[in-house]
Design a protein around this ligand. Structure first.
Ligand code: ADP
Length: 486
């Protein structure tokens, strides 16, 4: 469902509900509301009169009494006429009886008695309607109930005066026919609903246009993004949410373009790096096959070395995808950390003796630490490999261990080519290589430091690098430890 259609439907429904509510209250139930308001008003008036009743002495001499004055003013205020009758003696007094529609001004003792009886069986009150021109006659009450004629509402209630005499209070007021009003309202309402419907359709079209247009624009731009155009071109305006969406999409486009660039670089790098050992292997293999004298242990060793290099590259690729998918749990154990580093350094030292490399380990006290041994070995191997690979003419790599307050810091320091300051923040990224042209003799997949970073972050160890271009680098990491007392 489009936004435009949705808004139009909601606005139309809203108008119809509004119209229905107005129609019900203003037309269908208006007469009932009017009658109930009038009845309540007359009931309240009757209550007020009854409340003043015990304060007066109820006999013939009281005609001009304060009570009569009060009763008169209350009746006038409430647009009613009133009659108070002593049920036993038949004596009665009227208030505001000169007004139109006051059939209760002269009630016979019999009528008073009948009304008293009727009210008594109905919790002390009785309500009825009488045609305006009709005489007070209990039989004709409610019979000619016609909403189109003016009527008189009669309300009788029972009370007792101070002498516990039965007193009947009868009030009457005019009920005007309201069909003329409702007919007028009906016509007006029909006109109003047409105007409201027209306006709401207009408003919903404008609203829908305002909201839907920027979204449609962004959608067009997003389609271009899906086709591989990573230029950040989203510029939705008008609403804060749309602007935020544009910014997010621009950010996503920039990030996607970075990933895409890295992916292309990776394919180029990996294919290049895999091709080199493969060419060597097949080349030396052919030489050994075709030239009998070339089947020397040195040439076979080259094939073995290149095959090992290939397998280590593939392992690296597998490692990084395994580590970064988050499926691998660390196998933590407490080990003699200093001893572990010493073993690795010795192994490297032996391997590098032929290349006249010196790899030394500098430490003053033995410590133990809780680590995943295989993974931290991998960190050290990768850092040492890089230090050796990027050492160039310098032939010294130093591993330093320093212990401070329960923390041990390991530095792998070389005095080789170093990293330019602008490249430093990126060297940890997957597939990032400073030397993208592969002019160097060293070949790497660009995954080593990314593996180091993932492993150290999984351990929650602090790590970092300081490097000076042309002078060398110092890669370090810090972890909690315990000194081993001997
Ligand atoms: P690679 O397989 O290319 O060595 P790494 O992730 O291990 O990939 O390293 C990323 C980049 O960081 C390297 O290409 C290199 O340019 C730079 N780098 C890493 N270690 C060193 C170092 N010790 N000295 C100089 N540059 C380094």
């Amino acid at each position: 469902m489009s936004i435009r259609f949705h808004i139009v439907v909601i606005m139309t429904l809203f108008c119809l509900v509004l119209f229905l509510a107005i129609w019900l209250f203003q037309i269908v139930f208006l007469d009932d509301f009017y009658r109930s308001v009038k009845t309540n008003a007359i009931r309240d008036t009757s209550k007020k009169i009854v409340e003043t009743l015990p304060n007066i002495e109820f006999d013939a001499n009281m005609e001009m009494s304060e009570f009569l004055l009060q009763m008169n003013s209350i009746s006038i205020q409430n647009d009613a006429c009133a009659l108070i009758a002593n049920v036993s003696t038949g004596f009665s007094m009227g208030a505001n009886t000169k007004r139109d529609g006051c059939p209760v001004s002269n009630l016979s003792s019999l009528s008073v008695q009948s009304l008293w009886n009727l009210a008594m069986v109905n919790q002390g009150q009785w309500t009825a309607y009488l045609p305006e021109d009709g005489f007070f006659n209990l039989e004709s009450m409610n019979k000619h109930y016609n909403k189109h004629e003016q009527q008189v509402l009669i309300y009788a209630s029972t009370a007792y005066d101070q002498n516990h005499e039965k007193v009947l209070v009868v009030l009457s007021t005019i009920i005007k026919p309201i069909h003329i009003i409702t007919d007028t309202l009906k016509q007006q309402l029909l006109n109003v609903i047409v105007i409201i419907l027209f306006c709401s359709l207009l408003v919903s079209f404008i609203l829908a246009k305002l909201i839907a247009n920027p979204i449609r624009k962004i959608n067009e731009q997003a389609k271009r993004l899906a086709e591989g155009n990573y230029e950040p071109v989203f510029n939705g305006t008008g609403y804060r949410e749309i602007e935020e969406l544009s910014q997010t999409l621009n950010y996503a486009a920039t990030e996607l373009s970075k990933v895409d660039k890295l992916r292309q670089e990776l394919i180029a790098n990996v294919s290049h790096d895999l091709r080199t050992p493969l060419t060597m292997i097949s080349g030396y293999g052919e030489v050994i096959r075709d030239i009998p004298n070339e089947n020397t242990p040195e040439n076979v060793q080259i094939i073995i070395d290149e095959a090992n290099r290939l397998s280590s590259m593939v392992n690296n690729l597998l490692d990084i995808s395994k580590l970064q998918s988050g499926n691998e749990e660390l196998m933590l154990e407490t080990v003699n950390f200093t001893q572990m580093i010493d073993d690795i350094v010795n192994r490297y030292q032996k391997m590098m003796e032929s290349r006249e490399f010196e790899i030394c380990f500098d430490w003053d006290q033995e410590v133990e630490a809780e680590i995943d041994v295989t993974r931290i070995n991998q960190v050290l191997y990768n850092l040492l490999n890089n230090a050796i690979n990027y050492s160039h003419d310098s032939r010294l790599v130093e591993v330093k261990q320093s212990v401070i307050d329960g923390w041990v810091r390991i530095d792998v320091v070389d005095h080789g080519i170093g990293v330019k300051e602008e490249d430093l923040p990126y060297i940890w990224q997957r597939y990032y290589k400073v030397d993208k042209e592969h002019k160097r003799t060293v070949t790497g997949s660009g995954l080593g430091l990314s593996i180091v970073q993932t492993i150290l972050e999984k351990h929650h160890f602090e790590y970092g690098v300081s490097s000076e271009y042309g002078k060398g680098s110092d890669f370090y990491f810090i972890l909690p430890c315990q000194t081993i007392s001997k």
